[in-house]
Design a protein around this ligand. Structure first.
Ligand code: ASP
Length: 318
């Protein structure tokens, strides 16, 4: 049973014009994090590095490049869970933090709590010496432009693909869903999962989705596997999707079967999204019922693979 890594840059209707950028973005983060894991890094260091790389890439809706809420502010959610002792840390609706995954990890390692929100989370970040930034540092052109267009009346830009009854094959213009996540199994058999997001486009201030909720957006239990989810958070929370998938591995399904079955729960309430998993045997997988999902999988047997639509492409050795 070997080391393995899975990462994602969000399940949504990635436009054709952005396919190559999304592929390259996950390929860069995958190579970087796989290099660390392969060199002996722990699963917790590996997923933190992968999520940080994706947060720092303005293409994805996490950290720099996040969606703005209805008031024009960036409120971020993130979580991380380590599957040996079921330790977890999470942060919700926090502002001015460049890498929310670092804050989630500090909560896991240095607090008595699992979830901190808003101002208290920022206070804890300051105490921990976590890098703060100006809100405007997190705003890159595209998210800000989309916000201004919505305020000017282009409400059809607001994401509808995760809403009940929406058509997953429909084209929804300029919406940008690119929550990020990573799951790794290290050489000691520890499985860690992490997720980070700016949430949904034009969300109500204070809205929190599945990403910082242990069991919904993120779950890891080294006896079975780990999962990081993306998609319509309001639905993912209601089906507790990450834990549902891990429970199905515990019940005897393969990780592929467990991921499709948990996504079936989301589909039952007409929701759309995706998830990545790594199981205790070191098998990485991804499943989604959105048109596309940027993802990368790595293990010794199959090498490094990335994909945004159905097909996966093997990366040449660097
Ligand atoms: N699940 C995230 C949320 O609802 C959004 C996403 O994955 O794109 O906040």
């Amino acid at each position: 049973m070997g080391i393995a890594l899975a990462i994602h840059g969000g399940a949504w209707n990635v436009p054709d014009t952005e396919l190559a950028d999304h592929r390259d973005g996950v390929a860069r983060a995958l190579r970087h994090a796989w290099g660390l894991l392969h060199g002996g890094a722990s699963a917790v260091d590996t997923v933190t590095a992968a999520v940080r790389a994706l947060e720092d890439d303005p293409l994805f809706n996490a950290g720099t490049g996040s969606h703005l809420n209805r008031l024009g502010k960036v409120e971020l959610d993130a979580s991380i869970m380590s599957g040996d002792l079921l330790e977890a840390g999470a942060v919700a609706a926090v502002e001015r933090i460049r890498n929310p995954v670092d804050l989630a990890r500090a909560i896991l390692e240095d607090s008595d709590h699992v979830l901190l929100v808003g101002k208290g989370a920022r206070r804890f970040a300051r105490e921990q010496g976590i890098q703060e930034c100006r809100s405007r540092d997190l705003l890159v052109g595209r998210a800000r432009e989309t916000y201004l267009r919505i305020r000017a009346g282009e409400t059809d830009l607001i994401a509808t693909e995760f809403a009940p009854g929406s058509d997953p094959d429909a084209t929804h213009g300029d919406e940008h869903m690119g929550t990020v996540g990573a799951v790794a199994r290290d050489a000691n058999g520890c499985i860690v999962a992490a997720t980070s997001t700016g949430g949904t486009l034009d969300k109500y201030p204070g809205r929190v989705g599945d990403s910082p909720l242990i069991g919904s957006g993120t779950y890891a239990d080294s006896r079975y596997g780990g999962a990081s989810c993306t998609g319509w958070g309001e639905g993912i929370m209601r089906v507790v999707m990450a834990k549902a998938a891990i429970d199905r591995i515990a019940g005897g399904l393969t990780s592929d079967e467990a991921a499709s079955s948990a996504l079936g729960d989301l589909g039952r309430i007409r929701g759309h999204g995706g998830m990545i998993m790594v199981d205790k045997a070191g098998v990485p997988c991804a499943a989604f019922n959105t048109p596309r999902m940027a993802r990368g999988l790595a293990c010794a047997r199959d090498g490094l693979r990335v994909g945004v639509d159905e097909t996966m492409e093997t990366l040449p050795p660097s």
